[in-house]
Design a binder for this molecule. Sequence first.
Ligand code: ME8
Length: 514
Amino acid sequence: MPGGDKFYVTTPIYYVNDAPHLGHAYTTVSCDALTRFRRLDGEDVLFTTGTDEHGQKVENSARARGIAPQAFCDEVSQTFRAMNALLGIDRHDFVRTTEERHIRCATEMWKRIADNGQGDIYLGKYGYYYSVRDETQYEESELVNGKAPTGADVEWVEEENYFFRLSAWQDRLLAFYEANPDFIGPGVRRNEVVSFVKSGLKDVSISRTSFSWGIPVPNDARHIMYVWIEALSVYLTGAGYPDIDSEKFRKYWPCSLHMVGKDIIRHHCVYWPAFLMAAGIPVTKRVFGHGWWTNEGQKMSKSVGNVITPKALIDKYGLDAMRYFVLRELPFGADGDFSHRAMVNRINGDLANDLGNLAQRVLSMVQRYCEGRVPKGGALTDADKTLLGAAQALLPKLRTEYAVPAYHRALDHLWAVVADANRYVDEQAPWALRKTDPARCDTVLYVLTETIRHLAILIQPVMPGSMAKLLDQLAIPADRRDFAALAASPLPAGAALPKPEGIFPRFVETEASA
Ligand code: ME8
């Protein structure tokens, strides 16, 4: 993995009939941390996100506002771009499904499936329960008291549709999962998908005639493509499809990872690989389904009025604290609960007390005892070697965790070294050594500044802003902040360091914040 490899990671594209919320921010931040990690590790990463703009709900929302669907999409799509800017998302491509490049891509993928000589797309008649709110069709057996399992109202619809012959793909899908055991993560999602496919697959309707806001079916403009088949092809759009001979497509396809919420795992792990195989396009290497957030124990919903917006979180707690919290607080893949108390514990504990205090203590001692210059390390004791060794052993451990990805475990490894370093400060007591053995004091502070350098470089993917400040305080030039610099560029003795400033202020409760 390290050095010179390439990686393509995607978030789902977000529906424009919703405003950005914590769920969107979570998927996006997790992909951003992964992108940054791999870029710092020397990989060439294509990172795409974007907006899903077609379908009946969007058409309805635009009509309710009295504006054209395109104008509606332009407006809401912009709020997702603004969310990315707020979240500090690194270089990425933002793909909109109303863009010409996507229309070309979806059209070509459809044609490839339709022309594959296996009859995978055919015209038929179909009746189903449909929920406009969920943009999902339901079987009678799935309804709960006459409503969708999500509680949404459903209507019975019958129309002439194009179908995808998913029923013919069961064995090939099962063989694919078998041959690619890493295709679905975490394991619980894999089991769920395999048993769903084993239980038998029905053909799926992939076109609509009841409304018009969508991409026309090739050679039959009475139909528009059903939003899911069209939306999934956005991942190909991001890699430059249908220009399959382009450098971009050859480099980035097959995609390395689709990061999705657990609610859309079936679309990504059943329909999508079948569509790709039917179109003769190699299948994405991995899909990871992350968990869902609740707010103070309650499901977030517009009607309850408890939807958490990324902006509110950033305004209240700060961007890096928010990024850290969502990636640390729960095992990545599991569901989690957002609570003010848990957030404040992380800010005041992990960030202010543990990491912030370590950096502030050590850098202040360097100012006072070493005239603000990086001290020279002398002969190392076992304790010195143990701490430095733990810091140097982090990168391979983090590579393993980011490959899953298991951000929470990556952060656990990092904070174990933060704790080691704090213990080492107390045990070595450089303030006492200063008087009895100044050379030893220098060595201890050298070991600590080197440890902090490792931590700051390796924590950058999760908290880029605050780690940039810390690296500035270590006077590390911009071109020595990547993972190659960990071993190659130790701090030069004698380098002048600026006066340290706290990077993680404590969160002070006020009546309004609690
Ligand atoms: O599904 N906690 O779009 P979307 C965690 N357009 N994640 C959450 C969440 C929560 N409370 N609520 C939503 C779509 N999410 C389609 C995708 S891809 C070709 C088409 C996650 O705007 C959710 O799981 O509903 C999904 O990954 C994304 O945010 C929301 O996507």
